[in-house]
Design a binder for this molecule. Sequence first.
Ligand code: ADP
Ligand code: MG
Length: 396
Amino acid sequence: MAKRTVRDFDVAGKRALVRVDFNVPLKDGRVTDDTRIRASLPTIAYLREQGCRVILMSHLGRPKDAPDPAFALDPVAMRLGQLLEAPVRKLSDLTGPGVEAAVASMKPGDVVLLENSRFDPREKRNDPALVYDLARLGDIYVNDAFSAAHRAHATTAGLATVLPAMAGFQMAREVAALEALVAEPKRPFVVVLGGSKVTDKIKVIDRFLDLADQLLIGGAMSLAFLKAKGLSLGASKVEEEGLPYAEEALKKAAGAKCELVLPTDIVAADSFAEDAAAWAVGVDAIPDGWMGLDIGPATAEKYAAAIATAGEVFWNGPMGVFEMTPFADGTRAVAEAMAACPGVTVVGGGDSVAAVNKFGLASRMDHVSLGGGASLEYIEGSDLPGVVALPDKEQA
Ligand code: ADP
Ligand code: MG
């Protein structure tokens, strides 16, 4: 169900309390990747155009329920100001008289960023006292932080119960894209799963065996599947705890409409290093002491061909150690095939999105989900507290 958005509500002139996800990487007091900040610019711009006073809330990192200068939002405010080309006033608290005074002095179009919500121990408990302290600052609550929506915190869920609540554009985009993906994927629906661990993604694998027409497996995850099939994989990084789940998935796939496809060749290397000796071998021919670090060229070609004719593609998890150039080809082949695919293409996952950005192909995907864990939980079929808390469009 589509959620009520800032366009479906008379927001003009309101004090808008906006939850964004500005949990961005920092180095030496600077933001090193501003993708998440950019993602919420359309919502912030729209609210400013409507004459709102925009009061932003975000978490950053994992401070221990107390203020920690390493996780203060000042670098974020600085970057946001540059992107908005407007002043952003960063406050030194989340709530309290100082914050209330600052908000009272705001003019239409002004932007204020409250301090890291996780400096307050009440945030993660979704403490009603914090919800009420925050609610005093605003007339409406806007949630634009899909990637934090799997948490039932005060700023992600609690506020929606006390103020008129609505989705920002990034939240609405994420929900619409993932909802369409699980509810009515275009066929054939091809899913590419990779990355490091089977155990991270058991429920996602299970869900896609019900939903997809083809499930193409790569990355370290595929090694657990190959091992479960009895192959010996040299010194490859096989996740042992993943083996029983891989076995179960193989069993389920045998009776499913969905075809589960595993690599037939692999790039094997004599060490985990950029300058390792490395070449492609059959999956049954990895030399002792060598490790599989990427899908091989025959597998990459086969996966690319399946993607080329797909009605819809969802991809999560790199096909190899793409951070090292000699083991990036499989991941690049998947990314390029998706970029060229005329069907609907959706990428999700921290490292997969980083790979697509690295290859300069993000703009050629239909949807790049910044949701990370939240996207996978949504696909698994879990209710996300931050999404559930927002009213549907019809109720507007
Ligand atoms: P995502 O963040 O997209 O969900 P994951 O976090 O599950 O992806 O996995 C990404 C990591 O998996 C990358 O750092 C990559 O180097 C690693 N990886 C992929 N294939 C292999 C492999 N064959 N051996 C070791 N590591 C791998
Ligand atoms: Mg990751």
